[in-house]
Design a protein around this ligand. Sequence first.
Ligand code: PEP
Ligand code: CO
Length: 400
Amino acid sequence: MTWAPESWRAFEARHLPTYDDPDALAAAERELRAYPALVNGAEAAALKAAIADAQAGRAFLLQGGDCAESFAEFSPDNIASTYRLMQLMGDAVAAASGLPVIRLGRIAGQFAKPRSTDLEAKSGTALPAYRGDIVNGIAFDAAARRPDPERMFRAYAQASATLAHLRTLSSADDAPFYTSHEALLLPFEEALVRRSGPGSYASSAHLLWIGHRTRFDGSAHVEFARGLANPLGIKCGPGLEPDALLRLLDRLDPAREPGRVTLIARMGHADIAALLPPLMRAVRREGRPVLWSCDPMHGNTVKAANGYKTRPLGRILAETSDFFSIARSEAVVPGGVHVEMTGRDVTECTGGAGEAPVTERDLGDRYHTHCDPRLNARQALELAALVAERLAEARRTRAA
Ligand code: PEP
Ligand code: CO
């Protein structure tokens, strides 16, 4: 079957908004098709080559940023603090492991969110669920929650300005800083597909990933991603059977291209030991080139007694540590981590070493996320220290 930027439209698309004015949506898509690429194909290809190195154990992938970027939190300070935090984390990992660290932000385009229900009900009123600032507003009122295609322009502008700022920040360093987000809002992503050499690529980010809720057989999101030249991520969560994963790899990487696929395991601290080894084994048995990365965030979300959605740092660290142990016993390269974090001093995840661990009672103090709870800078550095330690250990084992 031939692929085209719009071929996903014949497939089952979950988690897309329903726009009430199809003409306005079509007009927005038309306009975006004429916009400049945000990233170019050569940069996406460079990231793919770097990920191929990581697959061979010669680099490590650090992917991190907001769960959902928002229009309200857009500021040069926020961009710089995320950038600097990733740099500190990367430096710690590089020093301990001796490996170059690939820095890949969940930034400059991470605006669309999957939601488990189409509607959100509050005290007798039901409104469309918040699907990220690129779709609708977070305020619980009918006007804000109406999916509005015009929001795609603001998202494009913010992504563009964020990228420009990141390029300024990274021009002072030698290493490039790459961008990524979930390939979710397909009308937007399709409009930003551009030609590069003989192929097509998504110009909205260097790497796009397919989320846990849209990686099913027959998914429109998988169909869309299949024809792109970009490196791709696939979230691997509970319920993903080894055979289904192999079918996904057949579809997304038929040529078995190094650097093409990063598998992002997000099993949860209690389930990773049972669920990850069979997937690693199946992929290895088939000789598929992938990079295994660990997302210790999305399987460890809990509801605190006071109603806040949070994540205990202890569980995040435990899952990360298990990831390294499992990779070692499965003879697989532990190639990366994928983290929701911010350089701002938020109180969204509980725990942390030092004098001031975040307690459930603190959650209300600085809880700013537009979606899932993020690590604050101190917590993120604690995670980086653990990653550094586990990689240093692997380095010593190799040397011995
Ligand atoms: C996310 O990365 O924010 C997300 C929704 O993850 P997942 O698809 O793994 O649930
Ligand atoms: Co999230």
